[in-house]
Ligand binder design. Structure first.
Ligand code: ZN
Ligand code: ZN
Length: 738
């Protein structure tokens, strides 16, 4: 048997029946961490007189790399049992792992995946660990990160200044401090977390203040499913997602709960995860509060800190203590975030537990040079399509931040190196927007760059997940902003066509002026002045907004100064939020839309597209004027904000469903694709899907990559792969050097 860069090679000897059983069991009894994509029989020969002894040959490096790098997986049940078994040699050892669980992607420095190429290289195995590592019958056979308290790394506790703290047991002491209300920086699998007691309002407030994070929701970690259920309602599907080996953060409806409002102010959901590192289990067992805030350790929207020196520097003044593990982290991997949309899991942030797995295996990704798709500007993730697989990187963040840009460049190098791709020779794909950090990087590579329009990429990401290369669909891409073919800001677009045949823009939201351009994205009232300036004179809305803003933004609209045209549904949501009282500047992207969603479903009522405001569809335009006029009228009449928010959501859902049905009829399509960040709104999503189904249409949306900009690179890669098969038909996806 040989495990090399091209996969596993097994030489098996036995009767034909035994060999057939063996081949079948390779699939059926594969361990938890294994993914058997293909079993290929290379050679069949006559059985030898006697079977040769079982042995494993040394890995060989070289050859074209097609081995899949496993994501980091949560501790398995066997290791968990040993962790708490006083007679086990790894009792209480925070780095316990086996071949079924533990870190992978976050510790790999280079391939092939052997201990000397991981961050475990500095710790030689003790005799007992070496024996288990070398024993084919052992669960730790060739588990590269294997270690024990005798030979492996450990954890220690530092004070706020980074000086070592005297403690008999660093983990017990950290747990004690958490119970006392302290904020502790904890080194995990893909980076540091800032942790405190989630039920201690003073600690949560202190964390917000120190992190300069006013309102963006904090993620939580519950000791176990029971503790999670004590805090929030968890459906069976959500429980399954919480307990999956990837252990993502799952968005759970807040409902009426007694947790501090400051955890996620004005938000309908709370993001919660279960322990995944042995360390987390040890912390809870040592008496830490059973519900902890577990937020990525960083300042503002920088990527998660993962190097010890970096963490101590960046987090000084934020944490009261540091629980530092000695095993280095090779690369930052944030927690993944998922939500159940219509009962099915959709990733909203794809990182730990998923990256860098291939999300689509398809021969179309093997028909030319590797494709390097660099994604959008915000919430960036990249895709490398090589050897028939599309690998999507972990979430890298907003590329206008220096830290995120460094992470982006590091990841391009990293992913290309792992799969033996020279970025200069790959087919490079970027967004149409020339000023995104990813687009600049694409140009700097020096070769031709294929540009893909942002919203086409959103729709394509859904089709790519399903390998639907030729299915003709209607695609609805709703988000905040993306550069359109015509140079205006798009964000409420409908396309018709297929990946192979091209996606033609067939409808959109009626354009509105956006005073202040990009700056309006942070000020809902500013967008509102733009959209409402399209209202007839007898609709009185001016006194519902702040007078100064109405005057200043109104002047921009009138004179056309710093005013652009937009079809953004994100800004339409901002307008509604402003009319319903959201008058401040947003402190994170999508905040006003979340406010509106929270207003609509604060009591957990099911979403519906009935009794909505009118959003008529004619001649390829959705007209927002009647919708907003009715909203203004309701606000004037003193109708409850919750009812207004519901009618607004229902109106959009209903208008989209009916418009999409007309477009689908024109093209003889029966599938409607929903993508773009707006579809993270669970209320809107549910109502729209219900509306489409009632009209006899099938709805598709994202599952493996986010509907937001984290999914754009997969769509770019898919459109690039489709282009080279039918180049003559892809005239709406321009191919030219920038
Ligand atoms: Zn294990
Ligand atoms: Zn050992």
């Amino acid at each position: 048997m040989l495990n090399d860069a091209q996969g596993v090679l097994i030489e098996a000897v036995g009767s034909p029946a035994a060999l057939a059983t063996f081949t079948a069991r390779l699939r059926s009894e594969a361990p938890r961490a294994a993914r058997v994509d293909e079993v290929r029989i290379l050679e069949e020969g006559a059985a030898a007189e006697s079977a040769p002894p079982f042995h494993i040959r040394q890995s060989t490096s070289g050859g074209s790399i097609t081995t899949l790098i496993s994501p980091d997986l949560a501790i398995c049940d066997d290791c968990l049992r040993e962790l708490f078994d006083p007679h086990d040699p790894r009792h209480g050892y925070p780095y316990i792992n086996c071949t079924h669980c533990g870190p992978r992607y976050s510790i790999i420095e280079s391939l092939p995946y052997d201990r000397p190429h991981t961050t475990m290289a500095p710790w030689p195995l003790c005799e007992r660990c070496a024996e288990e590592y070398g024993d084919p019958a052992n669960r730790r056979f060739h588990a590269q990160p294997v270690a024990c308290a005798r030979c492996g790394p450990g954890y220690h506790l530092l004070d706020a200044e980074g000086a070592p703290l005297e403690a008999q047991d660093a983990i017990v002491e950290a747990a004690r401090r958490l119970s006392d209300g302290a904020i502790v920086a904890v080194k995990g699998i893909g980076g540091y977390h800032l942790t405190c007691d989630a039920r201690n309002a003073a600690s949560v407030a202190a964390l917000r203040l120190r992190k300069m994070r006013k309102e963006k929701p904090f993620a939580l970690m519950a000791a176990d499913l029971d503790s999670a259920r004590k805090a929030l309602a968890v459906t069976p599907a959500e429980a399954e997602a919480l307990q999956s080996p990837a252990r993502p953060i799952v968005l759970l409806a807040k409902g009426p709960c007694d947790l501090p409002e400051a955890l996620a102010p004005g938000n309908a959901d709370l993001g919660l995860m279960l322990p995944y590192a042995p360390l987390h289990h040890l912390l809870f067992a040592a008496g830490a509060p059973d519900l902890l805030v577990m937020t990525s350790a960083n300042r503002a929207s920088e990527p998660i800190a993962y190097r010890d020196e970096e963490a101590l520097r960046v987090l000084s003044g934020l944490a009261d203590a540091f629980l530092v593990g000695e095993r280095p982290i090779a690369r930052r991997v944030d927690d993944s975030v998922a939500a159940l949309l219509d009962g099915r899991l959709t990733l909203l942030r794809r990182a730990r537990g998923f990256a860098p797995e291939s999300v689509v295996d398809d021969p179309r990704f093997d028909a030319g040079p590797p494709i390097l798709a660099l994604g959008a500007g915000m919430k960036n993730a990249i895709t490398l399509a090589v050897a028939g697989r599309a690998f999507v990187s972990q979430h890298l963040g907003d590329l206008d931040r220096v830290e995120a840009r460094l992470a982006f460049e590091e990841t391009v190098r990293d992913l290309c190196a792992m799969y033996g791709v020279d970025p200069g020779r790959a087919q490079v794909v970027a967004d149409l927007h020339p000023d995104y950090g990813s687009s600049r990087f694409a140009r700097a590579l020096g070769g031709p760059v294929q540009q893909v329009q942002h919203h086409r990429a959103h729709v394509a990401s859904v089709l790519a997940e399903r390998r639907a290369w030729t299915t003709v669909v209607v695609g609805i891409a709703f988000d905040g902003a993306g550069l359109g073919d015509d140079g205006t800001v798009w964000g409420g677009e409908a396309f018709a066509g297929s990946l192979v045949g091209g996606l033609e823009r067939v409808a959109h939201l009626r354009p509105a002026p956006l005073p202040g351009g990009d700056a309006a994205a942070r000020r809902p009232e500013q967008a509102a002045v733009g959209f409402l300036s399209e209202q007839p004179a007898d609709v009185l809305w001016h006194d519902l907004l702040t007078p100064g803003m109405v005057r200043r933004a109104g002047l921009l609209v009138e004179t056309g100064v710093r005013t652009i045209q937009t079809t953004s549904v994100g800004r339409l949501f901002d307008t509604a939020a402003a009319l319903l009282g959201f008058h401040r500047t947003m402190t994170f992207e999508g905040q006003a839309a979340m406010f509106l969603e929270a207003l609509a479903h604060d009591d957990g009522t099911a979403a519906t597209c009935e009794e909505g405001y009118p959003l008529p569809f004619a001649q390829g335009l959705w007209d927002h004027r009647p919708l907003l006029a009715e909203l203004v009228a309701d606000v004037r009449r003193g109708i409850e904000p919750r009812t207004c928010a519901r009618r607004f959501h229902a109106g959009i859902a209903n208008g989209v469903a009916h418009g999409a049905a007309r477009l689908a009829e024109d093209r003889h399509a029966h599938v409607v694709v929903l993508s773009g960040g707006v579809w993270q709104n669970r209320w809107l999503h549910a109502a729209t899907v219900a509306g489409l189904r009632s009209l006899g249409l099938e709805a598709w949306w994202n599952h493996k990559v986010p509907p937001g900009d984290g999914g754009v690179s997969l769509g770019q890669a898919a459109l690039a792969a489709a282009t080279r098969h039918e180049p003559e038909e892809m005239d709406h996806v321009p191919w030219h050097p920038l």
